[in-house]
Ligand binder design. Structure first.
Ligand SMILES: [Zn+2]
Length: 174
């Protein structure tokens, strides 16, 4: 029989706030997305037994933000404040987001400033982008993929080559 390996997750962790012992508990994360409050009660996190502070890494926080804004969009909340939040959570500029979902940055700016309403197709595309980010795809990779798709788009008269891009690892984005 194989020797049991050390399980890192069973090690004690120290609270960053008070130095107390932290343990893995079910955790309820509350995120403010524009004027909406999104609660995620479906995860586990290290929390201090003394002061209850959750011990979240920057990656954890970004993941909660991406999931929270995805929830808001899926509930049909597509106003400017939510879109701005989504873009910041993704860490992209208006120009980059526009490139990824195939809209120009002026259009993205109008949505964010509530001068135009984001169409449903664009909202769905943005939800897809959030899922890809939750699965670990970087903005740089998404911009590059969008660029390749645009380049390979065949002319209407001549026809051309269609490329099926490889799908990434199995999605964790429920
Ligand atoms: Zn503590």
């Amino acid at each position: 029989m194989k020797e049991p390996t050390t399980r890192m997750n069973d090690k004690c962790r120290e609270c960053r706030e008070c130095g107390g012992e932290a343990a893995l508990h079910s955790y309820k994360h509350v995120e403010k997305v524009g004027r909406w409050t999104v609660t995620n009660a479906s995860s586990m996190a290290w929390q201090c037994r003394v002061c209850r502070a959750p011990q979240l890494s920057l990656d954890d926080l970004q993941n909660y933000q991406l999931r929270a804004v995805k929830t808001a969009l899926c509930e049909g909340k597509t106003e400017g404040g939510v879109l701005k939040y989504a873009r910041k959570a993704l860490g992209v500029t208006q120009k980059e987001l526009g490139a990824i979902i195939a809209y120009n940055h002026e259009t993205v700016s109008r949505w964010e400033n509530d001068k135009d309403e984001m169409p449903q197709a664009a909202a769905s595309a943005l939800v897809g982008v959030l899922c890809r980010a939750i699965d670990g795809e970087t903005p740089e990779e998404m911009v590059e993929t969008a660029r390749r798709i645009k380049e390979k788009r065949p002319g209407d008269e001549t026809g051309g080559e269609l490329v099926v891009l490889p799908s990434r690892k199995k999605s964790n984005c429920a």
